[in-house]
Design a protein around this ligand. Structure first.
Ligand code: FE2
Ligand code: FE2
Length: 468
């Protein structure tokens, strides 16, 4: 791995002068985007960050104080496998694609651009959160997520520059031009245009939306286009920390809420400066439903085409399945027909978005079980839950219809009448924001969240994770 290059990499960049020059031209644009749209206000501070220095399973990460603009963003791919094969679809068993097959060029570029767009988007969504961090530990985790999303952008830009010529370079430029939430040039996917302006949003986002990232990357890690598969495999190792931040962050909020509920006869945690469980539940409903949309339509010819072409597989395609052709299976799902929910059988390949989404839902349920254990451990009988997958959807079969939290088809008027019980209201958001006072003293923590059970990489919670 060449760490001393301007662009650290393990792809022998110095041997490909044309690509190196192109990426070195993109680098200052990236840095100026980072400066304008990256974490606001802390660019000159030393942050105790991990940096990728090796792609091996042992010791790939190096921890030290770094100023974020000096982070070693780079291009790291898992090592190539000798005679890799296309693992599924119509070209199953043929040699993996080392270059972009002409007939799949547009599809592949679209997959890479869509993934790439989410990376800078989330940094933009989170850019003000440093100002309201509940502890230095949390602030450090936020910045770690941010710099790694920046590296994920590099990963996708490398593929665009390296394999798509002129239009790849144009797409790489456009990734720095769109802006989260900007009505004139929004990010591609809607979850990445939603504001993420308080820490409950941040934890729900990293729990649910970064977890979508895990499933998309896992499906692409199976890709027959080997450079994409190799880069996604390494991205997944970074993604795990983002989900850890969300999962444990929410768990700590739930734990603190439970403690405050026990301190107060009427279980009114507002009086004690905590976040009520019903607000936590509404944030779960909001981010879970938006994240489900990221998987695309339930019935999708794109999903069938991507699978047939060997571009995007299923979650753990090699481990979990024996039939990698999936040409004649079917999948039954509920759809709305003439104002009723009815089952419909669709060809399996057209249902692969739904198959991936189902894996994701199972994974989310494990998170809910952990948070409910935090409630049980504090002796409370209240429980949190995931809303039905049809609730509050904007993409696919359920978009344009209204469902209650259990997934029953209801009228628009019924939905509007109950909306404030299910989704965060302006007042809920204002209340949560009112709690977001920064706590930046070493070892101290905000009142609305419990401290973590341990620190990062062997350091205690009482460690100066950011030198302010
Ligand atoms: Fe990412
Ligand atoms: Fe992430």
């Amino acid at each position: 791995m060449d760490l001393n290059e301007r662009i650290p990499n393990n792809v022998n960049l110095s041997e490909d002068k044309r690509l190196q020059r192109a990426l070195e031209k993109w680098l200052p644009n990236f840095l100026s985007w980072w400066h304008d749209m990256g974490p606001d206000g802390f660019q000159e501070k030393d942050v105790w960050l991990r940096t990728a220095i090796d792609v091996g399973s042992e010791g790939w990460a190096h921890f030290d104080y770094v100023k974020m603009p000096e982070y070693r963003w780079g291009i790291f791919l898992e090592p190539a496998q000798a005679d890799a094969k296309v693992g599924f679809g119509d070209n199953y068993g043929r040699p993996a694609y080392q270059e972009v097959p002409g007939e799949f060029r547009n599809a592949l570029r679209r997959i890479i651009v869509t993934q790439g767009d989410t990376e800078p988007a989330s940094v933009e969504q989170q850019r003000q959160l440093g100002h309201t961090c509940p502890s230095l530990y949390d602030m450090r985790n936020l910045f770690q997520v941010n710099v790694e999303e920046g590296r994920h952008l590099w990963a996708m830009v490398y593929l665009l520059h390296g394999y798509f010529g002129r239009d790849g370079r144009d797409e790489a430029d456009a990734l720095l031009e769109r802006r989260s939430g900007n009505p004139d040039k929004p990010r591609i996917l809607e979850a990445f245009n939603q504001p993420c302006d308080d820490w409950l949003n941040f934890f729900a986002f990293t729990m649910f939306t970064d977890r979508d990232g895990k499933y998309q990357l896992s499906a692409l890690a199976e890709s027959g286009f080997e450079p994409l598969a190799r880069t996604c495999r390494f991205m997944l190792t970074e993604e795990a920390h983002h989900m850890f931040v969300g999962d444990t962050g929410l768990s700590r909020v739930v734990k603190r809420t439970a403690q405050l509920m026990k301190q107060n006869e009427s279980e009114d945690v507002r009086a004690l400066g905590g976040i009520p469980l019903d607000i936590i539940q509404k944030y779960i409903n909001f981010w879970f439903s938006y994240s489900l949309d990221l998987f695309g339509g339930e019935i999708s010819s794109n999903s069938a085409d991507f699978f047939a072409a060997g571009l995007k597989g299923r979650f753990k395609e090699q481990e979990q399945y024996t039939d990698h052709i999936a040409a004649d299976g079917t999948f039954t799902m509920m759809v709305v027909e003439n104002g009723k929910l009815v089952p419909r059988e669709v060809p399996l390949r057209n249902a692969l978005n739904e198959v991936l989404r189902s894996e994701y839902v199972k994974d989310c349920e494990k998170g809910l079980a952990r948070w409910n254990k935090a409630l049980a451990d504090e002796g409370l009988s209240e429980r949190l839950h995931l809303p039905n997958i049809r609730f509050h959807r904007h993409v696919g079969e359920y978009a344009g219809h209204y469902f209650d939290i259990e997934g029953r088809l209801i009228s628009k008027a019924e939905f509007e009448g109950k909306k404030a019980d299910w989704l965060p209201t302006v007042e809920d958001r204002e209340y949560v924001r009112s709690l977001m006072k920064p706590v930046t003293e070493v070892g101290k923590i905000a009142n609305w969240i419990a401290p973590p059970t341990s620190g990062i990489k062997g350091k205690p919670f009482e460690f100066e994770y950011v030198r302010l």
